[in-house]
Design a protein around this ligand. Structure first.
Ligand code: ATP
Ligand code: MG
Length: 290
């Protein structure tokens, strides 16, 4: 069997393909054709990941380790050392993304994201790549990502729990926090859409009403979406493609980030895809490159 483990700054993602078929070990989803089990654990509870591997993955399994915490996790699993392989993070991410796009396109009978595309991995931080067949080049990164959503919302209103932030955000209003183009121009008619953000977090403090946690959550997610999309679409333009694919666990169960990412990308004239199994790109890539 084969396993790929992507130990990132926030989450450890595991893809495991046994020699038999899809197993019964509480996996989160299955990838068509090859059917690996997919599970994740918080990196701060890395022992839980170690435990899961020891229980579910036979000792002779070829295990590909990738991600920033790969060395640490590998050292915690000495039983697998004989068949352990280090897979460079950006190669694993790109390989996994290509495979996931292909599998999901087949399943949905949609057009595969063939040809050239920019891959935006919104993890704890954000990394950008351009991919076309075997050509996989990392373009750069920005320090605005899923970690910013959790960290900045936490600093602003004390809510640090990811699930809580993702739940609150769609209920919030950015008007309480951000300054829009319409507000700058009022009462005149703005030359561009009035609801565009003129300046994130620049709303003058209103005399009576303050911003609520859900408003901060919405504003932080809005800012991350705007910047990630702007950088992704501009990179796509420079790379002569209009296809942008967004992956990373930041899109998992975060309805507002998904919606804004799709909307802003289309608004800027490019085509967005957020594959369902995107959070497991690194793990699936590490499994196949191990
Ligand atoms: P990096 O690649 O930057 O080292 P990573 O691989 O750990 O980090 P991802 O797992 O892709 O990053 O994404 C982490 C982000 O996903 C978090 O910052 C948060 O916004 C979001 N997230 C999704 N699910 C959870 C969860 N259960 N717990 C915490 N954060 C979550
Ligand atoms: Mg990662």
């Amino acid at each position: 069997g084969y396993a790929g483990i992507d130990a990132g700054g926030t989450l450890v993602k595991i893809a495991y393909l046994s020699d038999g078929s899809a197993a019964d070990s509480g996996g989160e989803g299955l990838l068509s054709a090859s059917l690996p089990i997919l599970v994740k654990f918080p990196t701060e509870r890395i022992e839980a990941a170690v435990e899961w591997v020891r229980r579910q993955v036979p000792r002779d399994t070829v295990v590909g380790f990738t991600g920033g915490q790969a060395q640490r996790l590998r050292a915690l699993l000495p039983e697998y050392e004989a068949s352990a392989v280090d897979v460079p993070e950006f190669e694993a991410t790109a390989e996994g993304a290509v495979r996931i796009l292909k599998a999901e396109a087949e399943k949905e009978e949609a057009a595969a994201a063939s040809g050239r595309f920019v891959l935006v991995n919104v993890g704890t931080g954000t990394s950008l790549h351009v991919i076309e067949g075997g050509e996989r080049l990392r373009l750069g990164g920005i320090g605005l990502g899923g970690g910013t959503i959790v960290g900045l919302t936490g600093l602003l209103c004390g809510v640090r729990d990811y699930a809580e932030i993702a739940r609150l955000a769609p209920l919030g209003s950015r008007e309480a926090v951000d300054l829009t183009v319409g507000q700058i121009y009022a009462p005149a008619i703005p030359p561009i859409a009035g609801d565009l953000t003129a300046a994130n977090f620049a709303r003058p403090v209103p005399p009576a009403t303050g911003a609520e946690p859900q408003d901060y959550a919405a504003a932080v997610i809005g800012m991350v979406a705007e910047i990630v999309v702007t950088v992704g679409v501009q990179a796509a333009g420079l790379q002569k493609t209009n296809q942008v694919v967004y992956i990373g666990s930041s899109y998992q169960d975060n309805a507002l980030l998904r919606e804004l990412t799709l909307r802003f990308t289309e608004m800027l004239g490019a085509t967005a895809k957020i594959p369902k199994q995107g959070p497991y790109s690194g793990a699936i890539g590490a499994l196949h490159l191990a």
